[in-house]
Design a protein around this ligand. Structure first.
Ligand SMILES: [Mg+2]
Length: 192
């Protein structure tokens, strides 16, 4: 059997992004994130997977080890709500620093989602990707999962650009609770 998944971008989707976050003690999740993830797992049995571009690594600003410690810290916070992220995937490369065969993992490529689907046995057609950037929505479309834009600062230009380019997300949310409510109600039609 295949699992449904909700993929999340990390920075400015789950946690506030100070710019190349490099200190686990500075992880701050947006309001509603722990409760929302707990709900998605409890109500719909979703796998929760982070897919993140972390070019700070190839830029020499953050180490792989620190990124792993940041992910441990996120799950430590979630454990207080009896929930967790099932897997973290990240792409440490950037075209300014690395050859194409390495940057293939970088969103908007669907590479990390395809890899997760194989490793975790996921049904991508019944899965979602939530992110705050144009490249997240493109990645969702490339991977064949449902795109959701989380738009905390109500950036109308981004929404209009996506529409103009024929990449309108299935849903646009201004807070995390709205994302969770949409996915739970939308996925009810997909439950068989
Ligand atoms: Mg982001």
């Amino acid at each position: 059997m295949l699992y449904r998944a909700v993929f999340f971008d990390r920075d400015d989707t789950l946690n506030i992004d100070p710019g190349y976050l490099n200190d686990p003690s500075e992880v701050k999740l947006f309001p509603g994130v722990p409760e929302g993830i707990a709900n998605l797992k409890a109500v719909c049995d979703f796998k929760i997977v982070v897919v993140s571009n972390q070019s700070g690594i190839t830029r020499g600003l953050v180490s792989n080890n620190t990124v792993d410690l940041i992910h441990n810290r996120i799950n430590e916070i979630l454990s207080e709500f009896n929930t967790s992220i099932d897997a973290f995937y990240y792409c440490p490369y950037h075209p300014d620093y690395d050859p194409p065969e390495k940057t293939i993992c970088r969103k908007p490529s669907p590479y990390m989602i395809v890899q997760a689907a194989e490793e975790l046995k996921l049904d991508l057609k019944k899965s979602y990707l939530v992110g705050d950037k144009y490249s997240d929505i493109e990645c969702a479309i490339n991977a064949g999962v449902k795109p959701i834009l989380i738009n905390y600062n109500q950036d109308k230009d981004l929404i209009n650009l996506l529409k103009k380019d024929g990449k309108t997300p299935n849903f646009v949310a201004s807070n995390f609770n709205a994302v969770v409510n949409f996915i739970i109600s939308d996925s009810l039609g997909d439950s068989n």
